[in-house]
Design a protein around this ligand. Sequence first.
Ligand code: AMP
Length: 404
Amino acid sequence: MKILVINCGSSSVKFKVFEMPEGEIIAGGNVEKIGEEISIFKWKTKEKETKKELKITSHQEALKLISETLTDEKAGVVKEVNEIKGVGHRVVHGGEGFEKSVIIDENVIKRIEEYIDLAPLHNPHNLAGIKASMKYFPESLQVASFDTAFHTTIPEVAYLYAIPYELYEENRVRRYGFHGTSHRYVARRYAEIGGKGKYEVNVITCHLGNGCSITAVKNGHSIDTSMGLTPLEGLVMGTRSGDIDPGIIFYLEERKGYSVKEINNLLNKKSGLLGISGYSNDFRNLMEKKDSDKRASLAIEIFCYRLKKYIGSYMAVLGKVDAIIFTAGIGENVPYVREKSLENMEMFGIEIDPEKNKETVGKEGKISTEKSKVDVYVIPTNEELAIASDTYQFIISKQKQETQ
Ligand code: AMP
């Protein structure tokens, strides 16, 4: 059964076609620079890879292009769009309402619209993708997977901020957490590797990509995570500050005359690794200059230090920890970050094997020693596969209901 997974950003649509239940990718690609003078369309199948420049003005046009390419006589992978049995959509903010992926209907669309306030940079584009997909894949089951869903099990004590309670009651100001599909995927994968049930593991999952977040998972459920009301809180990220003293905001306004909009831009786009190093948000660039540039080195050290603090606090929160898991671009590819964030933690039962750590780059593997009480793993994330699996499960249950 073929399932299409779609991830719509502000000016891009990434997509993959999976053969399920095998989880094999049979095609994929992306449309980039939507709305600009020249957009880019990349398309890849097992046989061929192509790249085209053309003008795509909206997500709707991008989805039309994807459906036409999928069914193209020469380049395509299906004869008709109805061979795509389901379309799974990544949706960033599902608020408190969605604990799991859901089949999209009018009500779900309304709820996603309601959360535009909390995710203005993401939900409108996710919605545009959903609406276009309903048009170009009218017979496919449309499913939404929320970044926030895995974190709906976080208890009050961890999701409430110490600000007037009315702000939660009236405006739903609270911690929501993001990257949930990724945290869930690697936690489940760890359980699978160890032959344990998915609700039998306590793990700390570190998603370190352009955006970074860390989650404490108890008995398979998220009980705390570092991102908050928005994806700005927590770890140091590519261009986002993560945790700061909120007093800095007032200082910038009072002393430097910055507007709220400018401060928002500064904390989201000009801070993090970029802000500290002064030249790059890309970890590869920083690692190249680690030994020659003081600020590149500082950016890396502050990144690792913040991560270490969170790991320590989540160990305290969990009590018993089976594993610490690293994933996403930095987590999968940078042994130095793993070594540095876990150094001198033998007292807590954590011991990394330096050789295994060094050789586990871009692939799955255990990097702790046999003596280590806590497993340390690198597990490449696969959010698209998790979304494809959820979509597939809905179709199978629907088919079962119909035959009963
Ligand atoms: P993601 O958001 O998961 O695509 O991760 C993007 C981040 O991972 C960027 O900071 C990249 O610089 C970093 N990254 C990806 N591959 C590597 C690599 N081979 N070495 C160092 N950093 C990497």
